[in-house]
Write a protein that binds this ligand. Structure first.
Ligand code: ADP
Ligand code: MG
Length: 234
């Protein structure tokens, strides 16, 4: 595959924290519309990899492409706000002083989208995660599952090409995890968004992903294509 034929291409990525190597000559390609689950032991560099994709860290060696655009290398870096992506974190990372609607509106406000269109898009995003009624509440009034739905609405509201998930369901109980996982899978399929989904949970990975990528010792150690018979919702 050439860089331009896939949505994301990581080539020879090296990243070390203060001389401590985390990712070493890592190669990974994600096709457009594909959902890749990233599994691996704690501390193996999954969050570091997502931060490199999001533009929160810069690789010390190697290159990252989104389509044919080089977004990062050791000496060039497209800033995070110019990357067409949304991110969902384990701890929701909502702004506590903003209402649910204001949280979801934030990426649109940053993009200077007109108010009337913003209002429509926020309503649509909240609708898609089933939280229309909660628009004026504060995040602290909501359950963990509802807060993560808000974070999901915020990630999708601007219609990004790429979604990144960092163990988004680990703080929720197992029943809710399964429900939300199926909802996320549905949203991803419906929108055709390319996604990298970090999880500890093999079952989640099977439900959601087209491919499961294992990370160990700073590089991809195994890749497996998920068949629909193994439980993935289509
Ligand atoms: P994972 O998400 O797979 O659990 P991380 O990417 O968070 O792993 O971390 C990979 C390694 O990098 C770990 O050994 C971790 O301690 C180290 N690390 C992560 N962030 C920092 C940081 N800001 N400063 C120093 N070391 C870090
Ligand atoms: Mg992590």
């Amino acid at each position: 595959m050439t860089p331009s034929s896939c949505a994301i291409s990581l080539q020879g990525i090296h990243y070390a924290f203060a001389g401590n190597t985390v990712l070493n000559a890592l190669d990974l390609k994600v096709e457009s519309g594909e959902v890749v689950a990233l599994l691996g032991p704690s501390g193996c560099g999954k969050s570091t990899l997502l931060k490199l994709l999001a533009g929160l860290l810069q690789p010390q060696r190697g290159e990252i492409y989104f389509g044919s655009q080089r977004v990062a290398s050791a000496n060039s870096m497209l800033p995070p706000e110019q990357r067409d992506l949304g991110m969902v974190f384990q701890d929701y990372a909502l702004w506590p002083h903003m209402s649910v609607a204001q949280n979801v509106d934030f990426p649109l406000r940053m993009r200077k989208i007109p108010l009337s269109e913003r209002q429509l898009r926020v309503r649509t995003a909240l609708d898609r995660v089933g939280l229309t009624e909660m628009a004026n509440r504060k995040p602290s009034d909501l359950s963990g599952g509802q807060q993560q739905r808000v974070a999901l609405a915020r990630a999708i509201v601007a219609g990004p090409q790429i979604l990144l998930f960092d163990e988004p369901l680990s703080n929720l109980d197992s029943e809710l995890r399964e429900t939300l996982c199926r909802e996320i899978a549905g949203l991803l399929r419906q929108s055709g968004t390319t996604a990298v989904y970090v999880t500890h949970d093999r079952h989640e990975a099977e439900l959601l992903a087209d491919r499961i990528v294992h990370l160990s010792f700073g590089a991809v150690s195994a890749i497996r294509t998920v068949t629909s018979s193994s439980g993935k919702s289509t």
